[in-house]
Design a protein around this ligand. Structure first.
Ligand code: PHE
Length: 347
């Protein structure tokens, strides 16, 4: 039998198939259970022995050629099916896909990162503590016993009789000192503690139930109020990006002695008096003071040998001053139009 002629005939019928359906019919006729190509291959058994090898080889080559031609034709039809499907819609495969929306850093995070960098450059290290805090660390260790009126100004969310959502980052002062002294380390100690705090507050323009603080603690031999003022001034100058006058007023916090409220000259009116500073020319920004001997002792540090200062910066307050934001509720309001103003949207 002339295998070459057969091959030509079959390839021609594959090429003649007008669509996928016709091609399937040709495929069945050639390669199906009683297909012509298979018949050809099988017909080798009818030949005399000495002709079989040559014929078998030729028949197999024909079969391979037919299979390859079928596969190529199938692909051609699949391509054109996809093409006509695409042409039927207005889908444009060359258009770039939708851009995934990426977030921006929250303004509090931006300022917090800058502060952490600044304090690192001054030799501070970061420390951390739990948001669910024990009554002992949040109050007692900080010289605020159970019946102390200062507890009322830091009314909080209690989880049970002993545990609460921390009202400030100050408990980490004692936690950090304890961790060091327990292992026999001695001051100098310089830490900052950025963190989230909670108070049972009525929310308004300047009060939130959830807020961020950055605690600072320095303990060493001979630490004085002068060191405190210098550190605070440096910090405010860098973060508010201008040189501001500061003043200290006495302030009461049971865990510092003496305690201060540090005010800055109002950056909005340069001290002349405006609505932001409530016409006083000053903005209260940083409660601070010299660490109370009771607190050092709770932290396992000898107050006869060491002194220290501490401060508790309200991060939102600083961010508001820096960017001129007048409502603290914006920070947690989740309005992207507000949040995206502070950082370039990464692309
Ligand atoms: N923990 C105090 C508060 O939240 C602030 C403070 C910290 C005051 C450190 C003095 C020293 O009100």
């Amino acid at each position: 039998m002339d295998t070459t002629a057969k091959q030509e005939e079959w390839l021609a019928s594959i090429a003649a198939a007008a669509d996928a359906g016709a091609l399937a019919a040709v495929e069945k006729r050639l390669l199906g259970p009683k297909g012509e190509v298979l018949e050809l291959v099988r017909s080798v058994t009818a030949l005399p022995k000495d002709e079989r090898p040559a014929f078998g080889k030729a028949a197999n080559l024909v079969k391979q050629a037919v299979e390859a031609a079928l596969a190529a034709a199938r692909e051609r039809f699949a391509d054109s099916a996809l093409k006509s499907e695409l042409e039927a819609t207005d889908f444009d495969p060359t258009e770039p896909g939708p851009r995934r929306a990426r977030g921006t850093l929250h303004p509090i995070t931006i300022v917090q990162n800058e502060l952490v960098d600044l304090f690192r450059s001054m030799g501070f290290r970061e420390a951390d503590g739990p948001e669910v805090e024990s009554e002992y660390f949040n109050f007692d260790a900080l010289n605020i016993p159970g019946d102390h009126p200062a507890r009322e100004s830091q009314d909080t969310f209690w989880l049970d009789d002993d545990n609460l959502l921390r009202t400030h980052t100050s408990p980490v002062q004692v936690r950090t000192m304890l961790r060091l002294s327990k292992h026999g380390f001695e001051p100098p100690l310089r830490v900052i503690v950025p963190g989230r705090c909670f108070r049972s507050e009525t929310v308004d323009k300047t009060h939130e139930h959830t807020f961020y603080q950055m605690e600072g603690l320095v303990v060493d031999r001979g630490v004085s109020v002068a060191n405190l003022i210098h550190t605070m001034k440096t910090c405010l100058r860098v973060i508010l990006e201008r040189d501001l006058q500061v003043r200290l007023r006495p302030g009461f916090f049971p865990f510092v002695e003496p305690g201060f409220e540090l005010d800055v000259n109002c950056p909005f009116c340069a001290g002349k008096g405006c609505s932001v500073c409530k016409q006083s020319g000053w903005i209260e920004i940083l409660p601070c003071g010299m660490v109370h001997p009771h607190v050092l002792r709770e932290g396992g540090i000898d107050p006869e040998e060491f002194t220290g200062f501490a401060f508790g910066m309200g991060l939102q307050r600083v961010v508001m001053l820096r960017y001129g934001i007048d409502d603290i509720r914006q920070f947690m309001g989740g309005d992207l139009r507000f949040l995206q103003q502070f950082a370039e949207v990464p692309r």
